[in-house]
Each structure stands twice: as structure tokens, then as C-alpha cells.
Design a protein around this ligand. Structure first.
Ligand code: 6GU
Length: 225
């Protein structure tokens, strides 16, 4: 999979993909993330990419020309399956959306800044608008990093243990069960006996029970049909 990211703050996206699982995805050739500076497509030599909004009001708006030129130039290499705009008024990201996007080949993510991007770019180029939750960030970059992380780890072959994503919280609309490692007795607090039983069926059943219980307590909304 290839993911292009369009931003006015590429520095914010330098580190997130250089570590851990996403680094492994890159090293294995399963994921290529390219960060593009929107200023390359600025309208003048001052690097202008934003302007005052029509109708007045505080805050700048990202101009349509740089974005359109960038999207068109980048699309020439290969057409995008989705052009995603990160915005607090987009659809709230969830595991289902990440699963769907992990099956795509070629994605473009646009990071908004200031008051956002000109509506005409959203109308004419953007195919998906995504928010990562009901709070406001100062730009789309950190949200884009969250999205790429959640997608990248789902690409087949990225995770070491192929099955492990299957047991993540949300993968089946349940939260993950509690986990334990050594020692079996930590300052008097013991690991549940069943996990030491060596009986895989019992352990599976216990984990499922714990998942359901945890979901009922913490996220009953996930259990609604
Ligand atoms: Cl995608 N962008 C911004 N600026 N704020 C957000 C967000 C995105 N998702 C939640 N808050």
C-alpha cells in the first residue's frame, strides 16, 4: 500500500512512521508513506497556500489552487482509491473504517490547517472525510498519524503474529480482555488461575467472558445492535 500525505507541517509527520510496527511494514515493503509539503504548490514565491475567508471572520482558509495542483500532480503516478480529508466534522474513525481502508492500494490524506480547506476542494476531490474524535486539534497531522497507524498495522503480513489483530479491542465490537505476564504473583496479586491451567478451550472461554463483561461495563454502546 502507498499512502501520500499532503501537509503544511511535514515536520510533525517525520517520526511517527519510523518506529515499531509501521517501520516494520515499511522495511518489509508492505507500506510506503510519503509526506509532501503543500508549499511546493504555493501560489507565489512567498509560499502562500492560505488566504482570508470570504464573508469575513477570523482564521485563514487553505486555498483551492495549491491543493488542486498537488492532488492532480500526485494522482498522475497512480489514481487514488480514496482522497481523505482529515477534519473534525468528518465521520468518526472506527475499526470498521480502518479495516476497509487497509484493503486499498493507494491513498491520499490531506491535513487541514487554520479554518480548514476551501469547500470546493472537498466537493470536487475529496472522497472521504475523517475525524478521530469529538475534540479539536490544531491541525490534521496528528490525526493523519493516528489514521495511518491504525490502517498500517492491519495490512496483511505487517503484524508478526498474523492472528493478533483479530483479538484487538473493537475487532469484533468487543473490548480486549485483561492480560498478564510474569511473575505469577506480583506483590501478592495473583494471575487468574485459569490462565495457568494450560487448557486452551477454557482460556478462550474465559477471555471471551472477560471481553463481554468489560464491554458491558465500559462501552455498553458497542453491544447495541
Ligand atoms: Cl481529523 N482534525 C482536527 N483538526 N481536529 C480533529 C480531528 C481532525 N479529529 C478530531 N479532532
Amino acid at each position: 500500500m502507498k499512502i501520500d500525505i499532503l501537509t503544511v507541517l511535514p515536520e510533525l509527520l517525520e517520526s511517527p512512521f519510523q518506529h515499531s510496527i509501521l517501520k516494520r511494514a515499511k522495511d518489509k515493503g508492505l507500506l510506503e508513506v510519503r509526506v509532501h509539503h503543500l508549499r511546493q504548490w504555493a501560489v507565489n514565491e512567498y509560499g502562500q497556500v492560505d488566504d482570508y475567508q470570504y464573508g469575513g471572520g477570523a482564521g485563514m482558509v487553505m486555498m483551492p489552487e495549491p491543493l488542486a495542483n498537488a492532488i492532480e500532480a500526485l494522482s498522475k503516478e497512480a489514481p487514488y482509491d480514496e482522497v481523505i480529508y482529515m477534519t473534525p466534522d468528518g465521520a468518526r474513525l472506527n475499526q470498521r473504517i480502518s479495516n476497509q481502508l487497509s484493503l486499498k492500494e493507494n491513498l491520499l490524506i490531506i491535513c487541514g490547517h487554520y479554518k480548514g480547506i476551501d469547500q470546493r476542494i472537498r466537493d470536487q476531490y475529496v472522497t472521504k472525510e475523517i475525524s478521530i474524535g469529538d475534540y479539536v486539534l490544531s491541525g490534521g497531522e496528528l490525526a493523519a498519524a493516528v489514521l495511518v497507524d491504525s490502517i498500517g498495522r492491519l495490512i496483511p503480513g505487517v503484524l508478526n503474529d498474523e492472528t493478533s489483530a483479530l483479538f484487538d479491542s473493537f475487532q469484533d465490537d468487543l473490548l480486549a480482555p485483561p492480560v498478564y505476564t510474569r511473575p505469577a504473583d506480583f506483590r501478592g496479586a495473583k494471575v487468574p488461575e485459569i490462565l495457568l491451567s494450560g487448557d486452551p478451550k477454557k482460556i478462550d472461554d474465559w477471555r471471551h467472558e472477560q471481553s463481554v463483561q468489560r464491554t458491558q461495563e465500559r462501552r455498553p454502546d458497542l453491544l447495541q445492535p
